[in-house]
Design a protein around this ligand. Structure first.
Ligand code: SAH
Ligand code: SF4
Ligand code: F3S
Length: 492
């Protein structure tokens, strides 16, 4: 459909922006707010936005930051992708994460053709791949804004620039006005920017960014840059503010939290940080994600065992049970070391839930290698495991390996593994049936409004009769029945 509405170009008087952060971003939030106010006046209704998140908790946290800024700038949040600004925060860890985005972009373009006030933005890990940005520039020219993971802190500035490039000129806005800003890396951490509080009672907290591990299959170090830690003081201050605001559970986030603090001027270990977080009044549960087995210290195990507040849950990605493959994966631990770590963990915290990530079909994986993985799965008895088909990521060392495993072989192994993982997880979950556990109530059940849904400290899900008034409270719940992946409970 041809655009029926003509947007009068808006030109705001140019005032010099401060050079210091975060003052500069607050300046651009105000400028964007004025811009959006004028656009809303032309449209005759408030402008809306929608942020869609792909990928991991780190991306989810980034989306809360993006949302915080969009709300400050005066856009109203919408559940629909038929909004005036749609931003996809993308993931590229596996090929299928990537493909979803292209599919959905075509669909967004349909909305944009009918809404001249609509901007489309792309950010996140996928945008750090030059080939992706080239493809979008060529084949998806209707996209208005592209930025990456390293300059997300300057989103307010980028938003304002995109608004000007899109609406500040006459003529065809589509195609001619794409705003693109991608950085190769950064050592910058900007504190104190706006952030959405998605839940009143829990929050993710970044403790570090990037990854230095270069596991040979993984693209994350290329798209998230070098590892850098936030200062302990900044992290603790953020958590104190959250606690004062009613937050009971924090999830400390990093690609490899066990190496936290290595690049700080005044070094601080992850275990020390955890101890300090546990001292904050009002915080009742502490989770963290993700632990790399190579860096998990005895000090950490001791702190976890001592503190009531640290959840009895450890996500410890295995990737493969074959020492031979682990070496080629550049994981820097052996099968035996992994098993030993699990033993030490269980000796200190007998009831701990251990979960993992496993990749099937890494180049050169033989039947023996795969059987080693199955062996670890049986011996550890994971409470749950995310299983992934190996996905070839251009630019990683594994992608260039010649001995890629045929698809049918990978698929058959994957099915065997999944069956085993689920069988064990269901058996493991049975051990809590008939016990009373503390449950943090998170939300009203989507399917049945007479139920609420919450989590045990080991991260298992429980549904129980209740109401919205219980959200954010920690209840004693009798676990009446185990249904494999969740429990049916009753408040005590
Ligand atoms: N930093 C975390 C993991 C981040 S990515 C860690 O080291 O544990 C999450 C998971 O995706 C990884 O644990 C791995 O199992 C999986 N993954 C990463 N790259 C992959 C690839 N190329 N193919 C399949 N799975 C992959
Ligand atoms: Fe990827 Fe390995 Fe870094 Fe995890 S530790 S993000 S798997 S490179
Ligand atoms: Fe994906 Fe980036 Fe996370 S690639 S898994 S969103 S760090």
């Amino acid at each position: 459909m041809h655009q029926m509405i003509h947007i009068t170009p808006i030109h705001l008087p140019a005032a010099p922006a401060p050079t210091e952060e975060p003052a500069r971003q607050y300046f651009y939030i105000r400028a964007a707010r004025e811009y959006i106010r004028q656009l809303s006046a032309q449209k005759g209704e408030p402008l809306t936005f929608h942020v869609a998140t792909f990928g991991c908790q780190m991306n989810a946290k980034d989306s809360e930051k993006l949302t915080g800024i969009l709300e400050e700038a005066g856009y109203q949040k919408s559940d629909s992708e038929n909004a005036d600004f749609v931003l996809y925060n993308t993931c590229t860890v596996r090929e299928n994460a990537n493909n979803k985005v292209y599919g959905r972009l075509g669909y967004l373009n349909g909305f944009q053709k009918k809404n001249p006030f609509m901007m489309i933005g792309l950010c996140g890990c996928m945008m750090q791949e030059p080939a992706v940005v080239d493809k979008i520039r060529q084949s998806y020219r209707f996209v208005n804004l592209i930025f990456g993971t390293h300059n997300i802190y300057k989103f307010a500035e980028l938003l304002y620039t995109a608004l000007e490039n899109t609406f500040g000129r006459d003529g065809d806005k589509n195609g001619s006005s794409m705003t693109v800003d991608i950085w190769q890396d950064t050592d910058k951490i900007v504190e104190d920017l706006p952030v959405e509080r998605k839940y009143t009672f829990k929050s993710g907290v970044n403790i570090m960014f990037g990854c230095n591990n270069f596991c040979s299959y993984c693209i994350v170090p290329y798209v998230r840059g070098r590892e850098r830690s936030r200062k302990p003081g900044d992290i603790l201050q953020e958590i104190k503010t959250l606690a004062a605001d009613g937050v009971k559970e924090v999830m400390l986030l990093g690609q490899n939290v066990n190496s936290y603090g290595k690049n700080l001027e005044e070094p601080c270990t992850f275990a020390q940080l955890l101890r300090d977080v546990a001292d904050i009044d009002g915080i009742e549960r502490i989770r963290f994600m993700t632990s790399h087995p190579k860096d998990l210290s005895d000090e950490l195990i001791a702190v976890m065992a001592q503190s009531e507040k640290i959840c009895r849950h450890l996500h410890l990605p295995l990737q493969s049970g074959s020492t031979r493959l682990l070496k080629i994966m550049n994981r820097r631990y052996t099968k035996e070391q992994y098993l030993h770590l699990v033993e030490k963990m269980r000796a200190a915290i007998p009831d701990i839930a251990i979960t993992t990530d496993i990749i099937v079909g890494f180049p050169g994986e033989t039947e023996e290698d795969f059987n080693e993985t199955m062996d670890v799965v049986c011996r550890v008895g994971f409470d749950s495991a995310f299983t992934f088909l190996y996905s070839k990521r251009t630019g990683t060392p594994a992608a260039a390996m010649e001995n890629q495993v045929p698809e049918e072989t990978v698929k058959a192994r994957f099915d065997r593994l999944l069956y085993k993982v689920q069988e064990i997880a269901a058996k493991k979950a049975m051990r809590y049936e008939g016990t009373v556990q503390k449950v943090l109530i998170e939300h009203v059940n989507e399917r049945d409004e007479s139920l609420v849904t919450g989590r045990l400290d080991n991260n298992s899900i429980v549904h129980l009769p209740g109401n919205a008034g219980m959200i954010g409270t920690i209840a004693d719940v009798y676990l009446k029945e185990c249904k494999g992946f969740y429990y049916i409970g009753e408040a005590r």
